[in-house]
Design a protein around this ligand. Sequence first.
Ligand code: SME
Length: 321
Amino acid sequence: MLAIEKKEILTQINEQLKALISDEYDYLANLSNAAALLYNELEDVNWAGFYLMKNGELVLGPFQGLPACIRIEVGSGVCGSAVEDEKTYIVEDVHKFEGHIACDSASESEIVIPLYSDDRIVGVLDIDSPIKGRFDETDKKHLEEFAKLLTKESKFQIDALESIKTRRSVRKYKDKKVEKEKINELIDSARLAPSGKNIQPVEYVIIEDGKRREELANIVSGGDFIAEAPLTIAVISKKCEHDIEDGSAATENILISARAQGLDSCWVAGYKKDYNKGVEEFLELSDDYRLISLLAIGYSDQRPTPPNKKSIEEVIHYEKF
Ligand code: SME
């Protein structure tokens, strides 16, 4: 195929993708259409699809072609290498790639492109061809653009159980604002938390202003990173029978919702802290409200190692203590 012809086809595919996904944010729907588009429009391709990051490994996502292997470890095969090294891999001859994972014996060459959402790798785009040396720099350029368009339009949410299990307290944040849409989603998750007798005493103060966050960081102890994280949410509750329980449930919902949206967080204050009076004055709370928690939220600039947690056996009791 002439280089100019290839460029035209790839440009056209990217235009088609824009039209296909412009009104849709569901990532599974968008990835499914994207796989079908690539498989049907690209020449000499026998597999086109996605592997998605789940609990630290790649798991098969929407694709077109023969059934494929389901799980790939980070660092394994072409897909796992692309994730580990955070770069596109063009493999001219799969038989010469050490550790290549063969799904379709017809595959001779392959291109794998990492997918990023909010700077974190959420999966890879993988395309196989029955022809050696099928993919070149022109494919790479246009398909990387394809991957960018796709992730920009799609909401990659982490499933609730995975969010719970992979959440870590983060104390170092990137200088990147949290989108308004995501803040609304956090508060939506919080307002739906259980509330005793459905009194719903909990409310939220959003603090984004840098100067205000600095002032707040000076009031609390052990929360210097409030000044750095782009967003602080103060969870406050009208004093009532279940204000602590309701506020704590709402707080936990925010932390899990943050993780599900690719954000990280740290729970700073508690309702018993000495500095609470100062925070309540800073927030200009009326006397009938109390501070429940302060939550630093943003995009992580660190990879905290998982803390040691007790095993299920150590904490579970049946019928009696
Ligand atoms: N060849 C890939 C595995 C996925 S299949 O090509 C669909 C790899 O080595 O990671």
